[in-house]
Design a protein around this ligand. Sequence first.
Ligand SMILES: [Ca+2]
Ligand SMILES: [Ca+2]
Length: 70
Amino acid sequence: MGKMAEAEAEAVFAEIDADGSGEIQLRELRDYGKANGGTVDGVKLADFVREADTNGDRRITLTEFKSGFA
Ligand SMILES: [Ca+2]
Ligand SMILES: [Ca+2]
């Protein structure tokens, strides 16, 4: 992943992580999706979680989030 895309991913992550916990909970993703037509960067939320949540704890860390864009 290039530097530009990485900074972009971090910015989007911070936007979705409304409570600043460093993890995106499903609730935060849903709230974000409501304001953005149910998509993250054009990817359906359900598909996005399945792709990004590599350890299956239903929370998305910044590392997982970045890998979702890779
Ligand atoms: Ca959070
Ligand atoms: Ca996870």
